[in-house]
Each structure stands twice: as C-alpha cells, then as structure tokens.
Design a protein around this ligand. Sequence first.
Ligand SMILES: [Cu+2]
Length: 157
Amino acid sequence: MTTPRRALAGLATLGVLALVTPLAAQAPGITVDQPWARAAIQGGTGGAFLTIRNAGTQPDRLVGAATPLARSVEIHETVREGDVMRMRPVPGIPVPAGGSAELRPGGPHVMLVGLSEALRPGSRFPLTLTFERAGSVEVQVAVQAAGASAPAAGHRH
Ligand SMILES: [Cu+2]
C-alpha cells in the first residue's frame, strides 16, 4: 500500500515543478551589461558594478549575489551623511519593468567581502546574481585597475 502512495507523492511533486517552471521562465527579461570590478587584494573587499536591464512587464529586484572568490557578498547602497559618503547593506535593488538599475562607484554596488584571492586587472571571475522573479543569472566580471571609475572603454556599446 505504500508504493502507490509514494507514486502519488512523486506525481504531486512533478505537478508542482510543472507549475513553478513556466512562471520562472516567464521572467526572462533581465539582462546584465558590462559587469566589472576594481582590482583588490587577497583578504580584502572589492566592489562589483554593472547595469541591470529589465525588458519584462513586471518589476524585479536584485536580492542577492554570490561568487566562489568571496567569503560573503552583500548588496550595498551609498548614502551621504554630512560630508561623508557611507556604504550600508540593503535587502535588494529594484529594477523597474521596462527600466534599468545602474550599480556604480558612489552608488549601489555589489560588495565582495573576504576575497580568497586577489582581483587582478585583466582577469575575470564568475558572479551569480539572484533576482526575486527572474531567478539566478551568472555573469563574468571583468577586473579593471584599482582606480577605475567605469568599465573599460573598449567594452562600451
Ligand atoms: Cu560597499
């Protein structure tokens, strides 16, 4: 008597997957442009910057990020407190429907904390971005010089 019940449970699981998968696939409108980071030392912190475009009809949110190179990854915004610019963690960055969000030095960014290896100019590393609706998007982040303030000119559209 346990076998049919197990089979039913299996079918129920398949049914849930069938319902969930098309919903996830309906949010394909997220693209990530020009991911880049500043060079940083091993054991230090690094900032990653990129532009998120949402071609979909529903707003989305960047809610997390991960890379094998960092002990933890946070989403930060930059706020002015008097004369000082400070970074603070935020739970997410909204990406409006049909719009975009720019992560840049002096603004919102992805913070890599506890780098297991140095970020060397000219190298690349994988970064997985997690969106509330679109799910995970993996990008390759191009490392620029430590003082860079924008993606390399050759990569501009
Ligand atoms: Cu930061």
